[in-house]
Design a binder for this molecule. Structure first.
Ligand SMILES: [Zn+2]
Length: 479
């Protein structure tokens, strides 16, 4: 019982509420019928679709520090208050990077007819430095990997280095999109910094993603203060063009990028609690991240994830199901270029980490779900059989145990021993839109999104009510 309820009028209102909702008196726990009801209720609702539409169509891009990010905090907090959740805004300081002008053209190459230059499609990487206001012109050095950069280290000084590394769509088509992304994004993350250390004037990376359509894919890069050279992604088509021209002879580019790295800005994680009945101090997190890149509306990345987490609370409210443990919806701020929201939460909750029973984040788009990825001890896998059974009818009964999920916002909690979970999704086309201007609401399939919510809601409920301990995550290399 809430200790703040002391006055008689409030007690009278509470008594009336209990009479109106007798189901609350006896929580259904992990009864198979309750799990099925949660699944079916989620499958019949478009709440997550509506919240995704609100975030993308009404606000648009939500990069940390922007007006869009601030509007998203307000919008999500209001929607959660409307559901009756206990809402807290947790302050965090976030990086504030703002895109400027960006253009590039190839001004010299073997066989160039007089008067011809070739426009190249570029977009600055988050954290990039700026060129002079009038741009810079320099020879281009194309490398295929880090080894080639090292071998040709003496040639780097003063050049614009292009890392021409293709995204492996074949891997993505066969269920290994995350791995394909990891291979490519290593060049986006580390390439510009390594080129800067060798004296490069600027660095370019081939866009990390499939379905090129001459779309640039942005993302953050790991440049450090004092060596913040201009860094941008070029489209796959333009990277291939530059590679072909470089085989003919020397290539030179004129590059203009004018982003600004501003002082850190004030922002928030949005936290919405549905208090537990008999173990309110134990917490199950269900989450997504509220910020997005600035090129598009971040429908897949990650409005759909946040909206699905919000829809978990809506589903349980509709059924008037009260969990044993507290269910905590978190819309994380700043996953994309700093994970300051997750770091801030962990710093505030470090002493309380063992009270976190489990944590879910959806941050791989809203493709059709096949099941659940889980960082739980191997011996605990069998405990999830009733959950798998409930999700089998919607094709989401797979349980994939891993030692660590290492997703952006949950990795700190995971290292602190909190078992973490993520939907196992069809991601074969996720990296077509990811971090591009094309990540818009029309790419989200409402049916896939309903299945997504059904998976998240059933999983959250299951974790919030399971009797047996599932043990702690045991991330390799961490005690
Ligand atoms: Zn994301």
């Amino acid at each position: 019982m809430n200790r703040r309820i002391r006055s008689l009028p409030v007690l009278a209102v509470l008594a009336a509420a209990l009479l109106a909702y007798p189901a609350q008196a006896a929580s259904p726990g992990n009864d198979p019928a309750a799990l099925a009801k949660i699944r079916d209720t989620a499958m019949a609702s478009d709440y997550a679709w509506e919240r995704t539409a609100d975030m993308t169509d009404l606000i648009g891009p939500r990069l940390s520090g922007s007006a869009g990010a601030a509007a998203a905090v307000t919008q999500v907090a209001e929607a959660m208050r409307k559901l009756g959740a206990r809402v807290t805004l947790q302050p965090v300081k976030v990086p504030h990077w703002v895109r400027g002008l960006e253009s590039a053209e190839l001004v010299e190459y073997q066989g160039r007819p007089s008067g011809i230059s070739q426009r190249v499609v570029v977009t600055a990487l988050g954290g990039s430095g700026a060129t002079p206001a009038s741009g810079l012109s320099a020879p281009v050095l194309v490398v295929k990997n880090f080894d080639e950069l090292k071998a040709r280290g003496a040639e780097v000084k003063g050049k614009i280095v292009l890392f021409d590394v293709a995204f492996d769509q074949h891997m993505a088509d066969r269920g290994l999109a995350g791995q394909a992304y990891g291979q490519g994004s290593a060049y986006r993350r580390d390439g510009p910094r390594l080129a800067a250390e060798l004296g490069a004037a600027a660095a370019l990376v081939r866009s990390v993603g499939g379905a090129s359509y001459r779309l640039p894919h942005t993302g953050s890069t790991g440049l450090v203060d004092g060596a913040r050279i201009p860094a941008a992604a070029v489209t796959a088509e333009d990277a291939m063009l530059m590679s072909r021209l470089a085989k003919r002879g020397p290539v030179s580019m004129r590059l203009l990028l004018t982003p600004q790295n501003l002082p850190d800005a004030d922002s928030y994680n949005v936290i919405a609690d549905l208090p537990g009945s008999d173990k309110p101090d134990e917490i199950v997190i269900v989450s997504g991240h509220l910020d997005s890149w600035d090129l598009a509306t971040g429908a897949h990345d990650d409005a759909a994830g946040v909206a699905s987490a919000m829809a978990v609370l809506e589903t349980l409210k509709k059924l008037d199901y009260r969990p044993r443990r507290t269910i905590r919806m978190i819309a994380w701020m700043n996953e994309e270029n700093g994970t300051r929201g997750a770091r801030g939460y962990l710093a505030a909750e470090q002493a309380n980490a063992d009270k976190h029973f489990g944590a879910i984040e959806s941050d791989n788009g809203a493709g059709r779900p096949f099941g659940l990825r889980a960082s739980v001890p191997a011996a605990s896998s069998k405990l999830f059989a009733p959950l798998q059974a409930a999700l089998l009818p919607i094709g989401a009964g797979v349980f994939q145990r891993q030692d660590a999920l290492s997703t952006g916002d949950l990795s700190g909690l995971e290292r602190a021993g909190v078992p973490s979970f993520a939907p196992l999704l069809d991601t074969s086309s996720y990296f077509d839109y990811h971090h591009t201007p094309a990540d818009t609401l029309d790419k989200v399939d409402p049916d896939h999104l309903r299945r997504h919510v059904a998976l998240m809601a059933a999983t959250t409920w299951f974790l919030a009510n399971i009797e047996q301990p599932i043990g702690r995550a045991n991330v390799p290399g961490v005690n």
